[in-house]
Design a binder for this molecule. Structure first.
Ligand code: GDP
Length: 445
Protein backbone atom coordinates (compact mmCIF):
# COMPACT_ATOMS: atom_id res chain seq x y z
CA UNK A 1 0.00 0.00 0.00
CA UNK A 2 1.24 3.46 -0.90
CA UNK A 3 4.76 2.13 -1.46
CA UNK A 4 5.94 4.45 -4.19
CA UNK A 5 4.40 7.57 -2.64
CA UNK A 6 5.84 6.65 0.72
CA UNK A 7 9.31 6.13 -0.76
CA UNK A 8 9.23 9.55 -2.39
CA UNK A 9 8.02 11.37 0.69
CA UNK A 10 10.37 9.69 3.14
CA UNK A 11 13.21 10.69 0.81
CA UNK A 12 12.18 14.35 0.94
CA UNK A 13 11.68 14.33 4.69
CA UNK A 14 14.87 12.46 5.50
CA UNK A 15 16.71 15.29 3.77
CA UNK A 16 14.72 17.95 5.66
CA UNK A 17 15.31 16.30 9.00
CA UNK A 18 18.98 15.89 8.24
CA UNK A 19 19.50 19.66 8.30
CA UNK A 20 19.88 21.63 11.48
CA UNK A 21 18.47 24.92 10.22
CA UNK A 22 15.80 25.58 7.62
CA UNK A 23 14.82 28.73 5.79
CA UNK A 24 11.70 29.52 3.84
CA UNK A 25 13.38 28.60 0.59
CA UNK A 26 14.21 25.09 1.90
CA UNK A 27 10.60 24.54 2.89
CA UNK A 28 9.29 25.74 -0.48
CA UNK A 29 11.79 23.51 -2.25
CA UNK A 30 10.69 20.48 -0.24
CA UNK A 31 7.03 21.29 -0.87
CA UNK A 32 7.66 21.41 -4.60
CA UNK A 33 8.94 17.85 -4.35
CA UNK A 34 5.99 16.80 -2.23
CA UNK A 35 3.65 18.30 -4.81
CA UNK A 36 5.27 16.28 -7.58
CA UNK A 37 5.10 13.14 -5.44
CA UNK A 38 1.38 13.70 -4.84
CA UNK A 39 0.65 14.26 -8.50
CA UNK A 40 2.62 11.18 -9.45
CA UNK A 41 0.53 9.29 -6.92
CA UNK A 42 -2.48 10.43 -8.98
CA UNK A 43 -3.88 12.78 -6.36
CA UNK A 44 -6.40 15.22 -7.87
CA UNK A 45 -4.71 18.49 -8.79
CA UNK A 46 -6.87 20.84 -6.66
CA UNK A 47 -6.44 18.54 -3.67
CA UNK A 48 -2.65 18.49 -4.06
CA UNK A 49 -2.56 22.27 -4.49
CA UNK A 50 -4.66 22.94 -1.41
CA UNK A 51 -2.54 20.52 0.60
CA UNK A 52 0.73 22.18 -0.37
CA UNK A 53 -0.62 25.69 0.24
CA UNK A 54 -1.87 24.77 3.65
CA UNK A 55 1.33 23.00 4.72
CA UNK A 56 3.54 25.79 3.36
CA UNK A 57 1.57 28.48 5.14
CA UNK A 58 1.99 26.72 8.47
CA UNK A 59 5.57 25.62 7.90
CA UNK A 60 7.18 28.92 6.91
CA UNK A 61 6.09 30.52 10.18
CA UNK A 62 8.89 31.80 12.38
CA UNK A 63 7.94 29.47 15.19
CA UNK A 64 8.69 26.46 13.04
CA UNK A 65 11.80 27.72 11.31
CA UNK A 66 13.36 29.01 14.53
CA UNK A 67 12.57 25.89 16.51
CA UNK A 68 15.23 23.39 17.58
CA UNK A 69 14.01 20.70 15.21
CA UNK A 70 12.51 22.50 12.20
CA UNK A 71 12.62 19.45 9.91
CA UNK A 72 10.75 17.41 12.46
CA UNK A 73 8.16 20.16 12.84
CA UNK A 74 7.55 20.31 9.12
CA UNK A 75 7.02 16.56 8.99
CA UNK A 76 4.55 16.88 11.85
CA UNK A 77 2.63 19.55 9.94
CA UNK A 78 2.55 17.31 6.86
CA UNK A 79 1.38 14.39 8.99
CA UNK A 80 -1.46 16.42 10.51
CA UNK A 81 -2.49 17.77 7.14
CA UNK A 82 -2.46 14.28 5.62
CA UNK A 83 -4.75 13.02 8.37
CA UNK A 84 -7.08 15.94 7.65
CA UNK A 85 -7.02 15.19 3.93
CA UNK A 86 -7.83 11.53 4.58
CA UNK A 87 -10.84 12.42 6.68
CA UNK A 88 -9.79 13.36 10.21
CA UNK A 89 -8.54 11.56 13.26
CA UNK A 90 -10.73 8.53 13.57
CA UNK A 91 -12.17 5.83 11.40
CA UNK A 92 -15.77 6.48 10.38
CA UNK A 93 -17.50 3.49 11.94
CA UNK A 94 -20.42 1.59 10.50
CA UNK A 95 -23.62 2.93 11.93
CA UNK A 96 -25.57 -0.16 12.99
CA UNK A 97 -27.54 1.31 15.85
CA UNK A 98 -30.85 1.94 14.12
CA UNK A 99 -34.00 -0.13 14.47
CA UNK A 100 -33.33 -3.59 13.02
CA UNK A 101 -33.08 -4.70 10.36
CA UNK A 102 -30.49 -2.03 9.58
CA UNK A 103 -30.20 -1.96 5.80
CA UNK A 104 -26.81 -1.54 4.14
CA UNK A 105 -27.03 -0.96 0.41
CA UNK A 106 -23.90 -1.78 -1.57
CA UNK A 107 -23.43 0.01 -4.88
CA UNK A 108 -20.68 0.21 -7.48
CA UNK A 109 -19.52 -0.70 -10.94
CA UNK A 110 -19.03 -4.24 -12.15
CA UNK A 111 -15.73 -5.76 -11.13
CA UNK A 112 -15.09 -3.22 -8.38
CA UNK A 113 -15.23 -5.96 -5.76
CA UNK A 114 -18.77 -5.24 -4.62
CA UNK A 115 -19.95 -8.81 -4.06
CA UNK A 116 -16.72 -9.79 -2.32
CA UNK A 117 -16.92 -6.70 -0.10
CA UNK A 118 -20.53 -7.48 0.79
CA UNK A 119 -19.48 -10.89 2.06
CA UNK A 120 -16.46 -9.43 3.86
CA UNK A 121 -18.68 -6.91 5.64
CA UNK A 122 -21.23 -9.58 6.53
CA UNK A 123 -18.47 -11.61 8.11
CA UNK A 124 -17.24 -8.59 10.06
CA UNK A 125 -20.76 -7.81 11.27
CA UNK A 126 -21.17 -11.37 12.49
CA UNK A 127 -17.72 -11.74 14.04
CA UNK A 128 -16.83 -8.27 15.31
CA UNK A 129 -20.24 -6.79 16.04
CA UNK A 130 -21.84 -10.08 17.05
CA UNK A 131 -24.90 -9.29 14.97
CA UNK A 132 -27.05 -11.48 12.79
CA UNK A 133 -26.88 -10.57 9.12
CA UNK A 134 -28.78 -11.52 5.98
CA UNK A 135 -27.45 -10.89 2.47
CA UNK A 136 -29.42 -10.58 -0.75
CA UNK A 137 -28.16 -10.12 -4.30
CA UNK A 138 -30.25 -7.82 -6.49
CA UNK A 139 -27.99 -8.35 -9.46
CA UNK A 140 -30.19 -9.86 -12.15
CA UNK A 141 -27.95 -8.68 -15.01
CA UNK A 142 -24.99 -10.92 -14.42
CA UNK A 143 -26.22 -14.53 -14.60
CA UNK A 144 -24.03 -15.96 -11.86
CA UNK A 145 -24.11 -12.98 -9.47
CA UNK A 146 -26.79 -14.28 -7.12
CA UNK A 147 -25.18 -17.69 -7.03
CA UNK A 148 -21.80 -16.07 -6.27
CA UNK A 149 -23.18 -14.31 -3.21
CA UNK A 150 -24.76 -17.55 -2.01
CA UNK A 151 -21.42 -19.36 -2.22
CA UNK A 152 -19.63 -16.52 -0.40
CA UNK A 153 -22.39 -16.54 2.23
CA UNK A 154 -21.69 -20.19 2.94
CA UNK A 155 -17.99 -19.38 3.31
CA UNK A 156 -18.54 -16.59 5.84
CA UNK A 157 -21.41 -18.38 7.53
CA UNK A 158 -24.00 -15.70 6.84
CA UNK A 159 -27.46 -16.50 5.41
CA UNK A 160 -28.44 -15.37 1.92
CA UNK A 161 -31.93 -14.79 0.60
CA UNK A 162 -33.12 -17.82 -1.42
CA UNK A 163 -32.93 -17.12 -5.15
CA UNK A 164 -36.19 -16.87 -7.13
CA UNK A 165 -35.41 -16.93 -10.85
CA UNK A 166 -36.82 -14.00 -12.83
CA UNK A 167 -37.64 -11.74 -9.86
CA UNK A 168 -36.75 -8.06 -10.39
CA UNK A 169 -34.43 -6.02 -8.12
CA UNK A 170 -37.11 -3.95 -6.36
CA UNK A 171 -39.17 -7.07 -5.64
CA UNK A 172 -36.12 -8.89 -4.36
CA UNK A 173 -35.42 -5.94 -2.07
CA UNK A 174 -38.96 -6.07 -0.62
CA UNK A 175 -38.76 -9.81 -0.13
CA UNK A 176 -35.35 -9.40 1.55
CA UNK A 177 -36.80 -6.84 3.99
CA UNK A 178 -39.68 -9.15 4.87
CA UNK A 179 -37.36 -12.08 5.28
CA UNK A 180 -34.93 -10.11 7.47
CA UNK A 181 -37.80 -9.15 9.78
CA UNK A 182 -39.13 -12.70 9.97
CA UNK A 183 -35.65 -14.04 10.77
CA UNK A 184 -34.99 -11.23 13.28
CA UNK A 185 -31.83 -10.32 11.40
CA UNK A 186 -30.06 -7.26 12.81
CA UNK A 187 -28.54 -6.21 9.50
CA UNK A 188 -29.59 -6.67 5.88
CA UNK A 189 -26.95 -6.27 3.18
CA UNK A 190 -28.25 -5.56 -0.31
CA UNK A 191 -25.73 -6.29 -3.06
CA UNK A 192 -27.03 -4.29 -6.02
CA UNK A 193 -26.28 -4.79 -9.72
CA UNK A 194 -23.18 -3.32 -11.27
CA UNK A 195 -22.63 -1.97 -14.78
CA UNK A 196 -19.52 -1.32 -16.77
CA UNK A 197 -20.19 2.42 -16.68
CA UNK A 198 -22.40 4.77 -14.77
CA UNK A 199 -25.58 4.99 -16.86
CA UNK A 200 -29.18 6.13 -16.52
CA UNK A 201 -30.68 2.65 -16.28
CA UNK A 202 -28.34 1.77 -13.42
CA UNK A 203 -29.10 4.97 -11.54
CA UNK A 204 -32.84 4.53 -11.99
CA UNK A 205 -32.58 1.05 -10.53
CA UNK A 206 -30.46 2.28 -7.61
CA UNK A 207 -32.98 5.00 -6.82
CA UNK A 208 -35.90 2.58 -6.93
CA UNK A 209 -34.14 0.19 -4.55
CA UNK A 210 -33.13 3.10 -2.33
CA UNK A 211 -36.77 4.21 -2.17
CA UNK A 212 -38.03 0.77 -1.16
CA UNK A 213 -35.30 -0.17 1.30
CA UNK A 214 -34.57 3.23 2.95
CA UNK A 215 -31.02 2.07 3.67
CA UNK A 216 -29.20 3.30 6.73
CA UNK A 217 -25.87 3.04 4.96
CA UNK A 218 -25.23 3.36 1.24
CA UNK A 219 -21.69 2.20 0.64
CA UNK A 220 -20.01 2.71 -2.68
CA UNK A 221 -17.41 0.10 -3.61
CA UNK A 222 -14.62 1.38 -5.85
CA UNK A 223 -11.35 -0.05 -7.07
CA UNK A 224 -8.41 1.98 -5.74
CA UNK A 225 -6.27 0.88 -8.68
CA UNK A 226 -8.37 3.03 -11.01
CA UNK A 227 -7.05 6.17 -9.28
CA UNK A 228 -8.89 9.35 -10.26
CA UNK A 229 -11.53 7.32 -12.08
CA UNK A 230 -12.55 5.90 -8.72
CA UNK A 231 -13.07 9.44 -7.44
CA UNK A 232 -15.05 10.40 -10.56
CA UNK A 233 -17.26 7.34 -10.19
CA UNK A 234 -17.88 8.29 -6.57
CA UNK A 235 -18.91 11.78 -7.60
CA UNK A 236 -21.32 10.46 -10.23
CA UNK A 237 -22.97 8.09 -7.78
CA UNK A 238 -23.12 10.73 -5.09
CA UNK A 239 -24.99 13.10 -7.37
CA UNK A 240 -27.74 10.50 -7.77
CA UNK A 241 -28.02 8.79 -4.41
CA UNK A 242 -26.85 9.90 -0.98
CA UNK A 243 -23.77 7.83 -0.24
CA UNK A 244 -22.81 7.40 3.40
CA UNK A 245 -19.33 6.10 2.73
CA UNK A 246 -16.86 4.42 0.45
CA UNK A 247 -15.12 1.04 0.46
CA UNK A 248 -11.84 1.17 -1.44
CA UNK A 249 -10.85 -2.25 -2.73
CA UNK A 250 -7.53 -3.62 -3.96
CA UNK A 251 -5.56 -1.39 -1.62
CA UNK A 252 -3.18 -4.34 -1.34
CA UNK A 253 -1.95 -3.59 -4.85
CA UNK A 254 -2.18 0.19 -4.77
CA UNK A 255 1.33 1.62 -4.61
CA UNK A 256 0.18 5.13 -5.57
CA UNK A 257 -2.76 5.91 -3.36
CA UNK A 258 -4.32 8.71 -5.41
CA UNK A 259 -7.88 7.50 -4.94
CA UNK A 260 -7.49 7.12 -1.19
CA UNK A 261 -5.91 10.54 -0.87
CA UNK A 262 -8.42 12.46 -3.00
CA UNK A 263 -11.66 10.68 -2.16
CA UNK A 264 -12.61 12.57 0.97
CA UNK A 265 -11.54 15.97 -0.27
CA UNK A 266 -13.33 15.66 -3.61
CA UNK A 267 -16.53 13.85 -2.63
CA UNK A 268 -16.85 14.77 1.05
CA UNK A 269 -17.57 11.12 1.79
CA UNK A 270 -15.48 9.14 4.26
CA UNK A 271 -13.63 6.00 3.25
CA UNK A 272 -15.02 3.52 5.75
CA UNK A 273 -13.15 0.37 4.77
CA UNK A 274 -10.16 -0.73 2.74
CA UNK A 275 -10.16 -4.06 0.93
CA UNK A 276 -6.71 -5.57 1.24
CA UNK A 277 -6.87 -8.90 -0.57
CA UNK A 278 -9.02 -11.57 -2.13
CA UNK A 279 -9.57 -13.52 1.08
CA UNK A 280 -12.80 -12.87 2.91
CA UNK A 281 -11.08 -11.54 6.02
CA UNK A 282 -9.04 -9.04 3.99
CA UNK A 283 -10.90 -5.88 4.97
CA UNK A 284 -9.83 -3.18 7.42
CA UNK A 285 -11.53 -0.12 8.86
CA UNK A 286 -9.88 2.93 7.30
CA UNK A 287 -8.10 4.93 10.01
CA UNK A 288 -6.80 8.23 8.56
CA UNK A 289 -4.13 8.68 11.24
CA UNK A 290 -2.76 5.19 10.79
CA UNK A 291 -2.75 5.53 7.02
CA UNK A 292 -0.89 8.85 7.29
CA UNK A 293 1.71 7.19 9.49
CA UNK A 294 2.16 4.48 6.92
CA UNK A 295 2.54 6.94 4.08
CA UNK A 296 5.19 8.88 5.97
CA UNK A 297 7.16 5.69 6.56
CA UNK A 298 6.51 5.71 10.27
CA UNK A 299 4.81 2.38 10.16
CA UNK A 300 1.42 1.52 11.49
CA UNK A 301 2.26 0.15 14.88
CA UNK A 302 -1.30 0.26 16.14
CA UNK A 303 -2.65 -1.95 13.35
CA UNK A 304 0.36 -4.18 13.69
CA UNK A 305 -0.17 -4.68 17.38
CA UNK A 306 -3.85 -5.33 16.78
CA UNK A 307 -3.02 -7.93 14.16
CA UNK A 308 -0.47 -9.46 16.45
CA UNK A 309 -3.06 -9.63 19.19
CA UNK A 310 -5.13 -11.91 16.98
CA UNK A 311 -2.22 -14.32 16.77
CA UNK A 312 -0.54 -14.06 20.15
CA UNK A 313 -1.74 -13.55 23.66
CA UNK A 314 -3.20 -10.11 24.29
CA UNK A 315 -0.90 -9.70 27.29
CA UNK A 316 2.14 -10.25 25.17
CA UNK A 317 0.93 -7.68 22.63
CA UNK A 318 0.28 -5.13 25.40
CA UNK A 319 3.74 -5.62 26.81
CA UNK A 320 5.30 -5.22 23.39
CA UNK A 321 3.40 -2.01 22.63
CA UNK A 322 4.47 -0.53 25.94
CA UNK A 323 8.11 -1.41 25.42
CA UNK A 324 8.04 -0.01 21.89
CA UNK A 325 6.70 3.29 23.15
CA UNK A 326 9.30 3.46 25.90
CA UNK A 327 12.08 2.72 23.44
CA UNK A 328 13.06 -0.44 25.31
CA UNK A 329 12.60 -2.74 22.38
CA UNK A 330 15.45 -5.28 22.64
CA UNK A 331 16.41 -8.35 20.64
CA UNK A 332 14.12 -10.60 22.67
CA UNK A 333 11.25 -8.41 21.57
CA UNK A 334 12.49 -8.48 18.02
CA UNK A 335 12.54 -12.27 18.17
CA UNK A 336 8.96 -12.39 19.39
CA UNK A 337 8.08 -10.04 16.54
CA UNK A 338 9.83 -12.25 14.02
CA UNK A 339 7.81 -15.23 15.17
CA UNK A 340 4.61 -13.26 14.90
CA UNK A 341 5.61 -12.13 11.43
CA UNK A 342 5.84 -15.73 10.36
CA UNK A 343 2.38 -16.35 11.76
CA UNK A 344 0.99 -13.24 10.15
CA UNK A 345 2.00 -13.92 6.59
CA UNK A 346 5.67 -12.99 6.40
CA UNK A 347 7.63 -9.97 5.36
CA UNK A 348 5.42 -8.73 2.56
CA UNK A 349 2.50 -7.97 4.80
CA UNK A 350 4.63 -6.44 7.48
CA UNK A 351 6.68 -4.05 5.46
CA UNK A 352 5.16 -0.65 5.96
CA UNK A 353 3.45 -1.56 9.19
CA UNK A 354 6.52 -1.66 11.36
CA UNK A 355 8.58 1.51 11.60
CA UNK A 356 11.77 1.22 9.61
CA UNK A 357 10.78 -2.19 8.32
CA UNK A 358 10.42 -1.00 4.77
CA UNK A 359 14.03 0.06 4.53
CA UNK A 360 15.12 -3.17 6.18
CA UNK A 361 13.06 -5.17 3.75
CA UNK A 362 14.42 -3.34 0.74
CA UNK A 363 17.95 -4.01 1.99
CA UNK A 364 17.12 -7.65 2.46
CA UNK A 365 15.60 -7.99 -0.96
CA UNK A 366 18.63 -6.39 -2.52
CA UNK A 367 20.80 -9.04 -1.02
CA UNK A 368 18.46 -11.74 -2.29
CA UNK A 369 16.81 -12.61 1.00
CA UNK A 370 13.21 -13.69 1.41
CA UNK A 371 10.88 -15.00 4.07
CA UNK A 372 13.41 -17.65 5.02
CA UNK A 373 15.28 -14.76 6.53
CA UNK A 374 12.77 -14.67 9.38
CA UNK A 375 13.69 -18.21 10.35
CA UNK A 376 17.37 -17.35 10.06
CA UNK A 377 17.07 -14.21 12.18
CA UNK A 378 15.23 -16.22 14.78
CA UNK A 379 18.15 -18.68 14.84
CA UNK A 380 20.66 -15.83 15.17
CA UNK A 381 18.94 -14.35 18.20
CA UNK A 382 18.59 -17.88 19.59
CA UNK A 383 22.38 -18.21 19.52
CA UNK A 384 22.91 -15.08 21.62
CA UNK A 385 23.12 -15.00 25.39
CA UNK A 386 20.34 -13.28 27.32
CA UNK A 387 22.73 -10.43 28.13
CA UNK A 388 23.51 -9.90 24.46
CA UNK A 389 19.84 -9.88 23.57
CA UNK A 390 19.11 -7.25 26.19
CA UNK A 391 22.13 -5.18 25.23
CA UNK A 392 23.17 -5.71 21.59
CA UNK A 393 26.08 -3.28 22.05
CA UNK A 394 27.93 -6.14 23.75
CA UNK A 395 28.24 -7.90 20.40
CA UNK A 396 31.84 -7.30 19.41
CA UNK A 397 33.55 -9.04 16.51
CA UNK A 398 34.45 -12.09 18.56
CA UNK A 399 30.92 -12.55 19.89
CA UNK A 400 29.47 -12.05 16.44
CA UNK A 401 31.66 -14.85 15.09
CA UNK A 402 30.43 -17.12 17.86
CA UNK A 403 26.78 -16.28 17.16
CA UNK A 404 27.31 -16.79 13.41
CA UNK A 405 28.84 -20.22 14.01
CA UNK A 406 26.08 -21.15 16.42
CA UNK A 407 23.30 -20.20 14.04
CA UNK A 408 24.90 -21.43 10.85
CA UNK A 409 25.04 -17.92 9.40
CA UNK A 410 27.65 -15.29 8.49
CA UNK A 411 28.84 -12.31 10.52
CA UNK A 412 27.27 -10.04 7.89
CA UNK A 413 23.89 -11.61 8.64
CA UNK A 414 24.36 -10.66 12.28
CA UNK A 415 25.25 -7.11 11.26
CA UNK A 416 22.20 -6.86 9.07
CA UNK A 417 19.96 -7.96 11.89
CA UNK A 418 21.50 -5.43 14.27
CA UNK A 419 21.08 -2.71 11.67
CA UNK A 420 17.42 -3.56 11.26
CA UNK A 421 16.94 -3.45 15.03
CA UNK A 422 18.61 -0.03 15.09
CA UNK A 423 16.45 1.28 12.26
CA UNK A 424 13.35 0.22 14.12
CA UNK A 425 14.59 1.95 17.26
CA UNK A 426 15.25 5.16 15.36
CA UNK A 427 11.85 5.14 13.70
CA UNK A 428 10.14 4.62 17.04
CA UNK A 429 11.99 7.55 18.57
CA UNK A 430 10.78 9.68 15.71
CA UNK A 431 7.20 8.68 16.40
CA UNK A 432 7.66 9.50 20.05
CA UNK A 433 9.04 12.93 19.22
CA UNK A 434 5.98 13.64 17.17
CA UNK A 435 3.80 13.13 20.17
CA UNK A 436 3.40 9.39 20.06
CA UNK A 437 0.76 7.36 18.35
CA UNK A 438 -2.73 8.57 18.70
CA UNK A 439 -4.90 5.80 19.93
CA UNK A 440 -2.17 3.57 21.28
CA UNK A 441 -2.61 4.86 24.78
CA UNK A 442 -6.33 4.34 24.63
CA UNK A 443 -5.88 0.92 23.14
CA UNK A 444 -3.67 -0.31 25.95
CA UNK A 445 -5.01 1.66 28.87
P1 GDP B 1 -18.18 -7.19 -8.38
O1 GDP B 1 -18.40 -7.42 -9.85
O2 GDP B 1 -18.04 -5.74 -8.08
O3 GDP B 1 -19.18 -7.86 -7.51
O4 GDP B 1 -16.73 -7.80 -8.05
P2 GDP B 1 -16.33 -9.12 -7.28
O5 GDP B 1 -16.70 -9.01 -5.85
O6 GDP B 1 -16.82 -10.30 -8.03
O7 GDP B 1 -14.74 -9.03 -7.34
C1 GDP B 1 -13.99 -9.09 -8.55
C2 GDP B 1 -12.61 -9.65 -8.26
O8 GDP B 1 -11.86 -8.76 -7.44
C3 GDP B 1 -12.64 -10.97 -7.52
O9 GDP B 1 -11.69 -11.84 -8.10
C4 GDP B 1 -12.22 -10.60 -6.10
O10 GDP B 1 -11.58 -11.66 -5.45
C5 GDP B 1 -11.30 -9.44 -6.34
N1 GDP B 1 -11.22 -8.52 -5.19
C6 GDP B 1 -12.23 -7.90 -4.54
N2 GDP B 1 -11.77 -7.12 -3.54
C7 GDP B 1 -10.41 -7.23 -3.56
C8 GDP B 1 -9.34 -6.63 -2.77
O11 GDP B 1 -9.53 -5.83 -1.86
N3 GDP B 1 -8.07 -6.99 -3.12
C9 GDP B 1 -7.81 -7.87 -4.14
N4 GDP B 1 -6.53 -8.16 -4.42
N5 GDP B 1 -8.78 -8.42 -4.89
C10 GDP B 1 -10.07 -8.12 -4.61
Amino acid sequence: MFDSLSDRLTGVFDRLRGRGALNEQDVREAMREVRIALLEADVALPVARKFIDSVTEKAVGQQVLKSVTPGQQVVKIVNDELIEMLGGDDAAPLDLDAKPPVVIMMVGLQGSGKTTSTAKLARLIREKHGKKALMASLDVNRPAAQEQLKVLGEQVDVATLPIIAGQQPVDIASRAMESAKLQSADVLLLDTAGRLHVDDALMAEMKAVHGIASPHEVLLVVDSLTGQDAVNVAQSFNEEIPLTGVILTRMDGDARGGAALSMRAVTGKPIKFAGTGEKLDAIEPFHPSRVANRILGMGDVVSLVEKAAQVVEQEEADRMAERMMKGQFDLNDLRTQLRQMQNMGGLGMLAGMLPGMKKAKAAMQQSGMDDKVLVRMDAIIGSMTQKERANPALLNAKRKRRVAAGSGTQVQDINRLLKMHQEMGKAMKQIKKMGGLKGLGALFG
